[in-house]
Design a protein around this ligand. Structure first.
Ligand code: NAP
Length: 434
């Protein structure tokens, strides 16, 4: 590769600006490490007037993305506009021209990775996406290189900083969900519309990317069951704490002993002593089990201009080291044919909070219904009641997911139970197929 690498950046928001700032701040260090000079030549936005106050060095601000992508002087296109389109078209165009692409865009990578890898292979180009999962944490490279000698048995991650911030504040400050979201928005930790984060969809996109790197599985997000944190009440947090747990929005990927893979995103009660339970505020972390390395955890800032800039610039540096254009370690030449476990094949422990009539025999009725569906109780508590309504909370032993579902239907239809308020999975170990 040439001694100067010319960059074109699509987007000059949080991420685009973070890349420009980091390349300026650490210019000497990066040049010493790579023996190359890395220069931003062109930055594309929709409305250049908005960016007049920002320092973009010698780069030209333009609105013409296609001209920038076709500029023969530009070697690397950094895509930092977000969303599916036009990012998809721009990335395809760049790869067809044999250019390197670096992106922070989880949605476009999750949906179109196969197409991008095929184009890169056909046109001797390459695509890097370290920033798309876990912000500044070097997760993709760790899985591809650092843990390359391992068969990954499982990974469990906190992959969305906004939801982790909200759950931490629910726990610490004793406020209700809506108040904590408003506070997170005011502090810039949640978008004006936080639905993609709190619904679990953002985490599901990231899990589908990790599935491709860790398990060589091309799993569309539509095949990953996901639940968000919207229904987590302050009361659930308090009860979880009393029982020795904390609630996190957890992405899980696991290989079962029958060879099937299981992926899901759901709020989960994690034992207080587990390393993931200590991951607070906007931090992200992934707890990986490899068959050789055993347990290992990576944690750090999952978002923000500077951490995300760190991941993108590390990809650019990787490109600077690469003298062979297409790097074999980046391209998923073929995904494995995998089969996904159905939820009914999985086991988990469950936490249930319900309201029932405060009458003699209620606990016995509940225990009988659960036993009828092969659900056994590990812990049960009855809280002081109001207006003859008792709050009953229990944690099950590890049970088949469909046994739990039918037990809940049994409880709901019995006259002693007024309402099942919360059902949460407990712990990381989903057990093996039933
Ligand atoms: N923010 C983070 O901490 C973070 C972390 C990891 C990954 N990411 C990912 O990084 C990407 C960018 O996020 P961001 O936070 O930097 O977004 P942002 O602050 O909203 O910035 C988006 C930038 O893209 C430009 N843009 C949008 N559509 C465009 C188009 N069609 N043509 C040209 N320019 C366009 C915007 O220009 P105008 O203002 O002129 O419209 C703006 O400069 C997203 O995929 C996001 O998921 C973000």
């Amino acid at each position: 590769m040439k001694s100067t690498i010319s960059i074109g950046i699509l987007g000059f928001g949080n991420v685009g600006a973070g890349v420009v700032q980091l390349l300026n701040e650490n210019r000497d260090l990066i040049e010493r490490r790579t023996s190359k000079s890395i220069c931003v030549k062109t930055i594309v936005v929709r409305d250049p007037k908005k960016y007049r106050h920002l320092d973009c060095g010698n780069a030209v601000l333009t609105t013409d993305a296609i001209a920038m992508i076709h500029d023969p002087a530009i070697d690397v296109i950094v895509e930092a506009i977000g969303g599916e389109n036009p990012a998809f078209e721009y990335i395809c165009e760049a790869l067809k021209l044999g250019k390197y692409v670096v992106t922070a865009n989880k949605e476009v990578i999750s949906k179109h990775k196969k197409r991008f890898f095929d184009l890169a292979k056909a046109h001797d180009s390459d695509i890097y996406y370290e920033a798309a999962v876990g912000g500044g944490i070097p997760l993709i490279r760790t899985l591809k290189v650092g843990l390359a000698a391992n068969r990954i048995e499982s990974l469990h991650g906190i992959l969305n900083g906004t939801t982790n911030y909200i759950l931490t504040k629910l726990n610490d400050e004793g406020k209700e969900f809506g108040d904590v979201v408003a506070d997170a928005q005011a502090k810039g930790f949640a978008e004006a519309d936080p639905s993609m984060d709190v619904s679990g969809l953002d985490t599901a996109y990231k899990l589908s990317i990790l599935a491709s790197v860790a398990f060589k599985a091309d799993i569309p997000v539509s095949e990953i069951p996901y639940e968000g944190i919207e229904s987590i009440a302050l009361r659930d947090m308090q009860l979880a704490a009393e029982l020795g747990y904390t609630i996190k929005l957890l992405a899980s990927g696991k290989q079962l002993s029958n060879g099937k893979l299981s992926f899901k995103v759901c709020p989960t009660m994690i034992p207080r002593h587990h390393p993931l339970a200590g991951v607070r505020n906007e931090f992200n972390a992934v707890f990986i089990v490899g068959n050789a390395v055993g347990e290992s955890m990576l944690s750090g800032r999952g978002a923000g201009s500077s951490p995300t800039g760190s991941a993108i610039v590390s990809d650019i540096i990787d490109i600077a080291f690469d003298s062979h254009r297409t790097s074999l370690r980046n391209l998923e030449y073929a995904f494995d044919k995998v089969s996904l476990a159905h939820e009914s094949e999985l086991k988990s422990q469950f936490f249930v909070r319900l309201l029932a009539s405060d009458a003699p025999g209620t606990l016995a009725t509940i225990a009988t219904i659960l036993a009828h569906h092969q659900v056994s109780i590990s812990k049960i508590m009855q809280k002081p009641c109001t207006n003859h309504v008792a709050e009953i909370v229990f944690i099950t032993h590890s049970v088949a997911e469909d046994s739990m579902s039918s037990a809940l239907i049994g409880l709901e239809t019995d006259s002693v139970v007024q309402e099942i308020v919360t059902k949460l999975r407990v712990g990381l170990d989903e057990g093996d197929p039933v």
